[in-house]
Structures are given as structure tokens and as C-alpha cells.
Design a protein around this ligand. Sequence first.
Ligand code: SF4
Length: 362
Amino acid sequence: MTASTSAPTAAQRLLQVGLVYAEPEARDSPRGQEILARFPGAEIVEVDSHWKIPELHGNEGNVERWVRVKTETLVLGVKKSLSARPNGRSADFIAPSTSNGCAMACAYCYVPRRKGYANPITVFTNIDKITRYLRGHVKRQGVKPEPDQIDPAAWVYDIGENSDCSVDALVSDNVADLVATFRDLPTAKASFATKFVNRELLDLDPQGRTRVRFSLMPERDARLLDIRTSSIPERIAAIDDFVEAGYEVHLNFSPVVLRPGGDRDWAELLTRLDDELSPATKAQAAVEVIMLTHNRDLHEVNLGWHPKAEDALWRPELQQAKRSQSGMWNVRYRNDVKRAGVQSIQDLIAAHAPWLRVRYAF
Ligand code: SF4
């Protein structure tokens, strides 16, 4: 027998779980036990609530520390209150989350950071209750009365608002269970945006009832901002395979970051999509375009570890601040700047990838 010298896979680089904080009910549940069996060497620390783990806080300025926490730590919890929130943009409803947090570290990430800036993955283990709730919710909606930009016929449920489902699927079968649930729901679809290519998802047989939205931006921006994600060429190379495997595949141009030379790079990306994607992919493709929203606190944190990202994200001469409902100062492009940016991306799509229907752009 020879010792393996192969390089670690992307999944192995992303997750080497050595510490699991677990609520007792989550730890003892069948899903909790399956997850723990995937990481047999991990130390398990019992916690009263997945929201109250003070050890995860306080790493704002220390990126090595947060990346280590993201790589090595998992949290297991039980999702207490279940509801499907109306959305109206990327989906009709936001499904109750089966996880939150992320092992990647995009500089602009708005996924709630209530678990400290490291914000490692929390998996909710009561998946049976969540899928049961979803089946009931879908049934109560009946048939979608009329087509809209979200979907011509199905009620669409976003299953990944607070996480990246492709990475979550490395940790548990929650995503597989959701894909299986929607496979049997002819009036609904699951949907999630992703920046990670997990080819294990190709085996889940979604039968068209799960929409994956591959998130793309020019490579130059992704190299600066999309930390720990799959590269843009890798994401593009996966798209046709996901369509062939039975997913509906849309694109998500988000966030669009305005910068000098940006139009040229977006044109190059769109031309590449036009050259590389199959006719079958193009026939079902659509895109959502979302201009950057940034945040003052996140800006301060990023200055401590990734100031170059802030040269691109923090552009006070182009941006306006607005206090959010939660009291945070969010920063968006000024209305006139945003309008021009949205128009410019739409013009570029029309010129270089006219098959790409724009679902919405704002
Ligand atoms: S992949 Fe998504 S959830 Fe994860 S850090 Fe990036 S933006 Fe946040």
C-alpha cells in the first residue's frame, strides 16, 4: 500500500472540522449523529443555544483566526420557529433555513454575523420538521395563478438565504433532503445561489425542481473579493453539467461592483458565457443582477484584514448611506449611479449574451 500524496481537494481545504458546538437535542438527533459520524475526531462541546457561543465572537480584525474558525468549527442546533417569508425578487418565499453561516469569506458578505465575524456553519438538525413544514406550505399555496419574473408556473422557495447550500451539502444531507422534497412538489421549486462547485450535487436527481443560481462576476473582482470560493472558470465549467444533471441553472450577477474598466471585464465574462455554454443551458438561462450593498461596520472590519477589497467596495463619492431596520448603516450606490450601472450591465448582456433573460436588475 502506498501513502496517498494527492493534494487536498477544495472541500478538504474548506472544512477540516475539529470542534463541534452542539445543542443536546441536535447532537442526539438522527441528523446530528450522522453529521458527527462524518467528523469522528471532532471534540463536541455542549451549548445551551446555538446563538450563544461567546467563544465565536471577538475575532473581527484577525482574519487568520476567523478563517481557522470557519474551517475547523461547526455548530449543531435545532430550528425553533418555522416560517416561509414572502420575498418577491429571487424567490416567492424564503424557506425556513436549514443552516446559517458559511465556510467561505467573501469580503462583501451580508450573511448575518450574529455569531461573530467568523460566522461558521450552523446546521439545523430537525430537517424532517422543516421539510414537513415546506410540503404543507406549498400545498396551501395551490397552483401559481399567473407567471411572473420569478417563474412561469412554480412557487419558488429560496433554501439558501443564510448560507451556501453547495458547501452545506459537504456537511450534511439537509440539501439532498430538500432537493428530494421539491422533486415531488410539481407546483414548487427550490432555489439557491452559490459560489462553490460541489459536484456531489450532480447525483441528487432534482428533475427540474431545484434551481441553482451560479453567482458570477469578472475574474478580477472575484480574485479580490470572493475569498475561499470556487474560481470563476470552475463555476462556469460546472454550469452545463448541472443542467444535464436535471437542475434548472440561472445566473446571479451579484454583487456588481462599479470600478474603472468594469464594463470591459463584464463584456469579457459575457462573451465567455456565450462561447462556452451549451444551447440547452442558454435555452433555460436567466439572470438576476444586484448592485453592491455595503455596510459601514463591515467596511471598518475589512480595513483591518483586507484593505484592498475596500478600495473597490467603499466608494463614498459614488455611494449614499441609509440606516437599516436593524440600525446598521448600509451603503449603496447613489440612485443616479445605480441606474446608470444597471443600464450598462443590461446593455452589455443584450450585446454579448442576448439569450440571457434578465429576471430583475436593481
Ligand atoms: S459564499 Fe455567500 S454566504 Fe458564503 S461568504 Fe460568500 S457571500 Fe457569504
